[in-house]
Design a protein around this ligand. Structure first.
Ligand code: C5J
Length: 230
């Protein structure tokens, strides 16, 4: 029985194993992605992130079919902002800050409509959702315990934004010993240049902290695992 399949990735092939892999979907939240949300209020072009949704929906569907664990994260804070350091709250001079009323409820506050994941990528019953106060998904969360408990050693990393939460989480994971493949068309940045360079940085120097492949390379490998398992 095939238990692993090679993905043609850069800088080298990535051996995908259904049992040891989790697909992590970072911060695909309305506040970052939808027109009128927090991201757009900071002057960002949300179309750059919206384009991630269709390929990521297809990738998540293939992962579920292959029995690959799917984990979602959401960046946000408690209603009283006690877990939001002043340095984060007061950064820059945005027209709106975390906790202010926004188009989709209080910005990046747990339980608000804007804090939750876009409908197209909503978690299904049984999938883990990690609420994180920082950029990295390991900082001040239960993620490490979840991964160790499930025997996960590899992560397929997706979501937004490429140079912020995707990079921070991938770097945190790499330092903890996880092999990380970042799926290039399933991560997004408001800035095309950061998207390009952000992906380059991951796979540079022989894969300094990960691998990169697009969903057209990853999905067939997942399908092969699904067929073999059936
Ligand atoms: C940001 C994130 N960009 N999810 N958050 O503040 O990347």
């Amino acid at each position: 029985m095939t238990t692993s399949v090679d993905i043609p990735a850069e800088p080298t092939p990535f051996s995908l194993s259904a049992d040891a892999t989790a697909l992590i979907v970072i911060d695909m939240q309305r506040d970052f992605i939808l027109p009128g949300g927090f991201g757009e209020s900071l002057g960002n072009d949300v179309d750059q992130l919206l384009r991630v949704v269709p390929p990521l929906a297809a990738l998540i569907a293939a992962a579920r079919e292959a029995g690959i664990m799917v984990i979602h994260t959401r960046e946000g804070h408690r209603a009283d902002l006690s877990d939001c350091p002043p340095a984060k709250l007061n950064r820059g001079a945005p027209s709106k800050r975390i906790g202010d009323p926004g188009k989709y409820g209080r910005i990046l506050i747990q339980g608000e409509y804007g804090h939750d994941i876009v409908d197209e990528l909503a978690p299904v019953d049984g999938e883990v959702v990690i609420d994180k106060p920082g950029k990295g998904a390991f900082y001040a969360t239960e993620l490490q315990d979840v991964l160790v408990g499930a025997g996960i050693t590899q992560l397929l990393v997706t979501g937004v934004t490429t140079e912020v939460c995707v990079h921070t989480t991938t770097r945190e994971a790499n330092d903890r010993g996880y092999e990380c493949l970042v799926v290039s068309d399933c991560v997004g940045s408001y800035f095309p240049e950061f998207q390009r360079v952000g992906l380059e940085m991951i796979k540079a120097q022989g894969g300094i902290f990960g691998w990169v492949a697009d969903s057209a390379a990853v999905i067939p490998a997942m399908q092969q695992l699904a067929t073999t398992a059936a």
